[in-house]
Design a protein around this ligand. Structure first.
Ligand SMILES: [Zn+2]
Length: 507
């Protein structure tokens, strides 16, 4: 715990026998540790273990990686992975390509944004998918002109296939979470809000794995672990509430988080729910769950002391999310939240503050999203898209995260996008995206340190003041805008990280 903060004299007065003294080198700076407010920690951990076709520049490269994986992973094990993007390859991948790359094998690869799936004929057969299978509600099975499924599944249709893949074992989870926790520490990230896993029936197993790691003192970072709709009943049976202990460890190290629900899809899959149609079309995207379902689950969770957070990309989803969460906000242990908030109608901005619903944002998504947002949302993209400045000015509590494994764990590229509204990968000539919505570096740091704790209603979390948790990151220098512009994020790696006053990482 921090016992005193201030100048040398004040510190000397506050110091006791157990006070630890760490001398900073010239130029070094101590900041509060970062908390990632939106991470899929289990999925990030598993992804680090599985096939990453994001590195494949072409479809052929990806297929070669599948062939190599088939040689490495013995049948009948599934070959799982993620990272494809049909825009990058210039063409949609298909099931029969996987059959040629890995004959007879079960292959299921998620798209880079995890909202689509590319599966092999064996995986389709395991899931019982054929020409006569109707699209499940909230999902689409892509089909050739003759009606035959071509191996691409959107949104909930993906789950029909993925639910047939064997879930990760507890031992796999233990190993993977420990190693991803250490990777977080090396980046100065001392805490994570786990927003749930895509692996079916795994969220409750994950809670047990977190608990066993924390009880053994082997959970490297602080974790607030939530569940998705499929894990709510089990959480209720266990009597879990937002902020309650899971296992024996101190709840500041491991506690139950939020129920995570989904209101809509994504920009990339053109499934974000919009108030006005996409430019040049009559399409408004879709609610991936009916509003009545969101209301019922939120109310059920709220009655049991579990706060809810809802994935909302489009402005219709954001409006719905505020409507659903508003009535539960005052009584909630944790602030209810909306995740992403990528397109927000100006009329809804002030509702975050007045209702008491937090905005959990991931500026890093703008790096890939900018062209698609301009194309699909037209003028709305830069006036009502990614409006972090306006949300702060309207009184919203803003917490920042990276959304790993969709994006890298490193917090700095996202902070740079929030401040600069541009990314080095766009090229030197590219205009910033909605420059008026830039926030300052200090605001971005607050949203990465204090903001996530504010959503836990913890007034001291993420600060270095008397009584706070003593999560400290020592950086080689204070980052400034010039450093963000240079994108040399490797220069901002911590030399020392303390969690709860103890050395958790030292370079
Ligand atoms: Zn996410």
């Amino acid at each position: 715990m921090v016992v005193a903060a201030g100048n040398a004299r004040e510190l000397a007065a506050g110091a006791g026998a157990a006070t630890r003294r760490v001398e900073l080198a010239p130029g070094e700076v101590a900041l509060p540790g970062f908390t990632d407010a939106h991470i899929h920690l289990v999925d990030t951990a598993i992804a680090a273990d599985s096939l990453d076709v994001f590195r494949a520049d072409t479809l052929d490269d990806a297929l070669q990686m599948v062939t190599d994986a088939a040689a490495r992973i013995p049948a009948p094990g599934w070959i799982l992975g993620s990272g494809w993007d049909q825009r990058r390859w210039g063409t949609w991948p298909q099931a029969d390509m996987l059959e040629r790359a890995a004959p007879g094998r079960h292959v299921a690869l998620r798209s880079f944004d995890l909202h689509a799936l590319w599966a092999s004929p064996a995986a389709l057969a395991a899931a019982g998918i054929s020409r006569s299978t109707p699209d499940p509600s909230g999902g689409i099975i892509r089909r050739a002109t003759d009606g035959e499924p071509d191996g691409i599944f959107f949104e909930k249709a993906s789950e029909v296939v993925l639910s047939k893949a064997p879930p990760p074992t507890a031992e796999m989870l233990r190993r993977a979470i420990r190693s991803i926790g250490r990777a977080c520490l090396e980046l100065g990230v001392v805490g994570a809000h786990e927003l749930g896993t895509l692996f079916p029936d795994t969220s409750n197993k994950a809670l047990d794995v977190y608990a066993s790691l924390a009880d053994a003192g082997e959970l490297p970072i602080r974790v607030h672990a939530g569940v998705r709709a499929d894990g709510l009943e089990n959480a209720l049976e266990r009597g879990l509430r937002s902020g309650s202990r899971i296992g024996e460890a101190d709840p500041s190290r491991l506690a139950f988080g939020w129920l995570k629900l989904f209101a809509d899809g994504t920009l990339g899959s053109r499934t974000a729910a919009l108030l006005e149609p996409r430019e040049g079309t009559a399409e408004r995207g879709l609610f991936t769950n009916p509003p009545a379902f969101l209301e019922e689950r939120t109310a059920t969770a709220s009655a049991a002391g579990i706060a809810t957070t809802i994935h909302t990309i489009g402005d219709a989803a954001v409006r719905l999310g505020l409507d659903v969460l508003g009535p539960t906000a005052r009584s909630a242990t944790f602030m209810p939240r909306l995740e992403h908030v990528q397109l927000c109608h100006p009329d809804d901005r002030a509702r975050f503050g007045t209702l008491g619903v937090a905005a959990s944002i991931q500026p890093i998504h703008l790096r890939e999203d900018a062209p698609g947002a301009r194309r699909d949302w037209g003028d709305r993209a830069e006036s009502a898209g990614y409006t972090w400045r306006s949300l702060l000015d309207a009184g919203a509590t803003v917490a920042l995260g990276q959304d790993a494994p969709l994006e890298p764990l490193d917090p700095w590229p996202g902070i740079a996008l929030a401040v600069l509204r541009r990314d080095p990968t766009w090229g030197a000539e590219a205009a910033p995206f909605g420059a008026r919505e830039a926030i300052t570096l200090v605001e971005a740091l607050r949203a990465s340190t204090v903001g996530p704790w504010q959503t836990l209603r913890d007034p001291l979390g993420g600060r270095l003041v008397a009584g706070s948790h003593a999560d400290v990151v020592v950086l080689p220098s204070m980052p400034d805008e010039a450093l963000l512009r240079s994108a040399e994020f490797g220069r901002i790696r911590p030399r020392l990280v303390l969690v709860g006053g103890e050395t958790a990482f030292e370079r």
